[in-house]
Structures are given as C-alpha cells and as structure tokens.
Design a protein around this ligand. Sequence first.
Ligand SMILES: [Zn+2]
Ligand SMILES: [Zn+2]
Length: 246
Amino acid sequence: MVEPFLDALHPARCRLCGGYAGNDLACSEHPLPPEPAPPRCGRCAAGLAPVLPDGAKCVSCRRRSPPFHRAVVLADYRDESVRAWVLALRHGGRVDLAEPLGALLGERLDLEQDGQVDELLVPVPLHRWRRIERGYDQAERLARAAARAAHRSVAPVLSRLRSTAPQGSAGTASRAANVRGAFAARRGARERVLERDVWLVDDVVTSCATVSECARVLRRLGARRVGVLAVARAGADDGRVLRSPV
Ligand SMILES: [Zn+2]
Ligand SMILES: [Zn+2]
C-alpha cells in the first residue's frame, strides 16, 4: 500500500536492485558514495594509511612514478555496496548499470576539468574472448556513457593481444610482467590520440599494472597527458591488493 504512494512522490528506483530509492540513484542498501574516503594517493588514488595526509604519494608511486598523471575514482572497492555494483556490471550481465555509473564518471570528469572538453576517453580493452563470453565490454560501455554525460569523445584505440591472468595474488613485479606487451594500438590510433589529453576508463583499478601499460602505449602514440578514470579503486597503500574482482 505504501509503495505506490511513495512512487507517486518520488518515482526513483535503485538501479541495482529495483528497490525504493527516494530521490536517489540507489536504495539505502546499495548507496554509491559521493567520493572515496581520504586519505588517498594523489597519483593513483590508492587508499593511504590514516596517518598520512590526503594527496600524499603511496609507496608504489614513490618507488616508481606511474606513466599517468593521476587517477580519479568514484569509490573504494573495499566498500561492500560498491562491490555489488561493479560485480553486477562485470559478471552479473547487468550491462544496463554502465549507463548510471558512466554518467557519474562523466560528472566527476567535469568537476576535474572545469569545462575542458577536447579530451578523449579511451576504454581499457577487454580481450576478444572475454568480450564474446560476456556479451559486452564493460569499460567501453562505461566510457561511452561517461562521454555522453560529459560531452567528450570516445576512441577505443587499444586492443588486448592476450588474455592476462587475474591479478589478485601476484606480486607487483609479476603483475607488471603479466601485462607487458599485452596491449597494442589499433589502426588509426596515433591520429586520434596525438597531442590529446586522454583519460583511460575502466570499472576497477586493481594494481595499476594494466592502466600503466595502457598509458605507456598511449604516451608512445603521442598522447599529451594520460589520466585514469574508474568506478572503483581496489589497491592498498603499500601496493597490496586487498580484493581483486578477477
Ligand atoms: Zn538497491
Ligand atoms: Zn599511488
């Protein structure tokens, strides 16, 4: 009896579960935090130990400066409700979630850039087999939705040459080795990215090995600056991976 009445007042439904969401995108069970809790690394957005100031560099970034200038993420993957969204999009066949999540990425990008609109969004590519298996490429869907929301353009200029193993258990060095040479530029990529500011888009950034490798390829193609834009960040301050989405 109550729900139709509430619907008339606030018709919004949680995009994840369909439950009552008030004026919001999500119900109280599946909140999407407005931003990940500080302190976070100013370069790669990894969560830092609470004693460190927000924006300080994490151990990995101090050890080796990443090939992207910064990572912007919506949430921390340790957050249970954020994981529910990401896993539904990634493994639950919920391609429809790319639209609201991508729109949030687009809004976030607008805040970052303050009106600069000539940037290119490049999705981190999925291997062809994974794409066939899943039926869609979640990073590409996110990039397209973000581009629509933020009036940017999308260029899927990278391809994944081989399927890389899940990165949850490997150490930093072997994760980097795992993805080395795994990405290549598609035909016409150089013309698209030359002298452009590029944002690499993915659902979850786990170890930074994948986005770093993609950023290197884009820099070699002549991109002016490469940033990383993702729904969630899964790494800890010492480079350890707390939880990998596979
Ligand atoms: Zn819900
Ligand atoms: Zn860092």
